[in-house]
Design a protein around this ligand. Structure first.
Ligand code: ZN
Length: 365
């Protein structure tokens, strides 16, 4: 009898392993990307990871930290009320327990301000500002005369990398991570004419140069670089536009960046077939939906089909899916647990998109 039970357990164990292996082979990355929680949302966020992400087979969690951490290397860059090392270690522990690859994000190059607020790097080190001539408005509106969306740092400033790499290394160390997400989306200020270092230079070369610099730094500690993909897509020719693709000629950088960079390819309104473009360039690509469940379902089907039907050279480049959440972790969890409708009373919400996509992934046999 004991032997029979042992055999039964072995069969169950081996079928579980093979189901897991099959899922890993269909979609190696099953990700979730959200802002790092505020300290007072930490405990329920950890519960959310354990009770909602892990059972849905999420294996990658990207936390957008930026300056929400008490950096010891640069305390001057920590936001008020930022997470501590022991807070982060609690997240590290739950991710280890649930076999989730935890990756920090700090926006490099672009997104150095938001609306009328300058983020910490340029607030403390204004000399790194690519456009010091553009003053932050009291009341931000879009469009505006300066074409100000977000500030960028100047990638050719001699001092900037020393500072940002200190915090990149520190946050990767505390996360115990094997990868780092540098953001690098929606960079509209780059190679600006008035910048004494960048003015007149090729914007694609500037963008690619910054990707290379960051990648080479991370490689020293065997860490992979992940970035958003929009600056590498030709917005005009594809019709994808100037937000989720590039109108400022940075897209040629796709042929100048190292092939080990992982591209997070976000498209929220259509299932654009851009994963094929990135895969054909030899880059690993992850499709990222936001709040439209029907788009996410199509994108998931596409990713699985691209992987299944491509050559063995390209197959590994189709790397998986990642739900992106563009609100605070606290607001997301409020919406998720109450299953709140969208503003029109419908179901186009970050949480419904997340649940719908991962229900589908979970149902794959
Ligand atoms: Zn510059």
């Amino acid at each position: 009898m004991k032997q029979y039970i042992f055999c039964l357990l072995m069969i169950i164990a081996s079928s579980t392993i093979s189901a897991q292996q099959q899922l890993d082979s269909l979609l190696p990355v099953r990700g979730f990307c959200i802002a790092a929680p505020a300290p007072n949302d930490l405990d329920r966020f950890i519960k959310f990871v354990d009770e909602e992400l892990a059972p849905r087979k999420v294996n990658t969690l990207i936390l957008r930290v930026d300056y929400n951490y008490q950096y010891k290397s640069h305390p001057e860059l920590a936001d008020t009320g930022a997470l501590s090392e022991s807070d982060i270690k609690k997240i590290v522990a739950v991710c280890k327990k649930d076999n989730i690859n935890l990756i920090p994000q700090v926006n490099l190059l672009g997104h150095q301000s938001w609306a009328s607020k300058t983020n910490k790097l340029l607030a403390v080190y204004p000399q790194f500002d690519e456009t010091p001539n553009v003053k932050m408005p009291e009341h931000y509106e879009w469009p505006n005369a300066d074409n100000l969306y977000c500030k960028s740092y100047c990638p050719l400033h001699r001092e900037v990398h020393k500072i940002v790499f200190d915090i990149v290394d520190e946050i990767c160390d505390v996360f115990e991570s094997n990868a780092f997400h540098a953001g690098m989306d929606e960079v509209f200020y780059i190679g600006e004419p008035q910048c004494p270092r960048c003015g007149g230079r090729d914007k694609a070369e500037l963008f690619a140069g910054e990707v290379r610099t960051i990648d080479e730094h991370l490689q020293q500690k065997n860490r992979a670089l992940w970035i958003w993909g929009d600056r590498l897509i030709d917005g005009k020719t594809t019709g994808i536009g100037e937000w989720e693709a590039s109108y400022n000629n940075t897209y040629r950088a796709v042929d100048m960046i190292p092939k080990d960079v992982v591209i997070c390819d976000w498209h929220y309104e259509r299932a654009d077939k851009t994963p094929v473009y990135f895969a054909m360039k030899g880059l690993h690509v992850i499709t990222c939906p936001w709040n439209r469940p029907q788009v996410a379902l199509q994108q998931t089907d596409d990713m699985i089909n691209f992987r299944a039907t491509s050559t063995e050279e390209m197959q590994p480049n189709f790397y998986g899916m990642m739900q992106t959440v563009w609100m605070g972790a606290g607001n997301f969890m409020d919406g998720f647990y109450a299953n709140k409708p969208d503003r029109k009373g419908g179901t186009n919400t970050d949480w419904n998109c997340f649940k719908t996509m991962f229900d589908k992934i979970g149902s794959i046999k």
